[in-house]
Design a protein around this ligand. Structure first.
Ligand code: ATP
Length: 137
């Protein structure tokens, strides 16, 4: 079916995307999935990863998401994430510092280490760095 599907990416702080798209691809916990107009409605949890979409001019756009939930309706995809930012808005220095901080915590293994929290912070930082590396100069 031809036509555009609306994408909204929302965090507790801000609306990151509110745009008509040709297609949305998102990192579901059970695997990456793609949504076109007319898709059967469903909901899924998301992993740390990249939401990709094709805008109405055919350009591919990328948005980092720190996990969350996606709701797909026939004409709209809504993504709720704890944090999210467009690829172009990723601050490389900040992501590098977050990576080093998390690595240090995991290496120090202090008695009060919250392992899962440090591991999740490391995953977010590594993913942001990887995604930012694919930016066109
Ligand atoms: P940090 O320790 O640097 O805060 P974090 O992974 O704990 O990293 P999050 O909790 O995922 O950060 O995000 C908090 C807010 O900061 C969100 O609004 C997110 O979009 C933004 N943010 C975090 N890291 C970056 C980054 N490297 N570039 C741009 N925005 C970022």
């Amino acid at each position: 079916m031809a036509g555009n599907i609306k994408l909204e990416v929302v965090t507790p702080e801000k609306q990151v995307v509110d745009e008509e798209t040709q297609m949305v691809v998102a990192p579901g916990v059970l695997g990456e999935f793609g949504v076109l107009i007319g898709h059967t409605p469903f909901m899924t949890a998301l992993k740390i990863g990249t939401v990709r979409y094709t805008d109405t001019s055919g350009q591919e756009r990328c948005v980092f998401v720190s996990g969350g939930f996606a709701e797909a309706l026939p004409d709209k995809v809504t993504i709720l994430a704890e944090s999210a930012e467009r690829r172009r808005d990723i601050d490389l220095e900040r992501a590098r510092s977050a990576m080093e901080r998390a690595q240090r915590r995991l290496e120090d293994k202090k008695a009060d280490l919250d392992f899962l929290r440090a591991e999740a912070a490391l995953k977010r930082a590594l993913h942001r760095l990887r995604l930012a590396e694919t930016r066109r100069t």
